[in-house]
Design a protein around this ligand. Sequence first.
Ligand code: AHM
Ligand code: MG
Length: 335
Amino acid sequence: MISVQTLDEFIIRRQTDFPYATGELSRLLRNIALASKIVNREVNKAGLVDVLGITGYTNVQGEEVKKLDLLANKTFIASLELGGQCCGVASEENEEFVAFEAESSKQGKYIVAIDPLDGSSNIDVNVSVGTIFSIYRRVSPLGETCTSEDFLQKGIEQAGAGYVIYGSSTMLVYTTGHGVNGFTLDPSIGEFCLSHPDMTTPKDGKTYSVNTGNFYNFPKGVKDYISYCKELGKGSDSPYSARYIGSMVADIHRNLLTGGIYIYPSLDGYPDGKLRLVYECNPMAFIIEQAGGTATDGFRRILDIAPQELHQRTPIFIGSSEMVLKAQELLDKNK
Ligand code: AHM
Ligand code: MG
């Protein structure tokens, strides 16, 4: 028999590495994994049942809510509420955070910020989408209703973060601040199995991922960085490659494995870019830093930004350290 280590087994083993761990964070992670399997099932058969397309609603960001966005949102929130380790959830799909009012939930030590289905504009065309999550220890008193302060902590305070990529295979990648590990879903046994232990990202890479359709609205430093990438390829038999799926999880996952930079900069008229700090950029920044990479908004470390509001946006430059530093150097020059 081939020996596999399931996510559950891995989490239990890791927990016993920490003598004072109570198992709550471990259970929370397992609940997220379980919800992601349900979402995976729905994403997989999306073309066959009536879950493609839009709901007719727009969310707090003014974006169309897809049916699968809604389904994923409900699934994760229900699973977290049932688990009891979590006292509230903030989601891209909800204007306000959801506070769990059951007495057992109020005893939960953690809060979760989540983008239940990121890149959902890709769903209808069968391109990879993902879930991104971030876990914090609450700062409000145990036994009470959670507060906005619980959700507006800096990224450096994260107790854990992860993403699930619903791709050609489904993977869950997470960190609790002790390295990054990746698990591939084996659909035949319904388990995430350890496939990518101790993930690290190359210090340098040759892939840049940015929506160049916005080129004329980019800051000068970003335009210069793109030109720099292209020029390095001139006459070279190993040029830089542009790769942009338009699904942050998939773009960052590829670059994590092979080296590269993902950029969503500020745009003319949109100084904070598009992506959200609390439930998109912070968790990704935590994972990438833990894998040896770098994440900044062009000037500041993402994890050091103090969020002022739940749906706050930030520019992001994330990936292989050498590439992020070079982009930052060109931004600095054009400040
Ligand atoms: P979403 O949260 O509404 O799905 O938007 C986030 C997505 C990212 O996954 C992706 O990288 C980016 O938006 C793509 O945006 P654009 O189409 O502007 O390039
Ligand atoms: Mg998103």
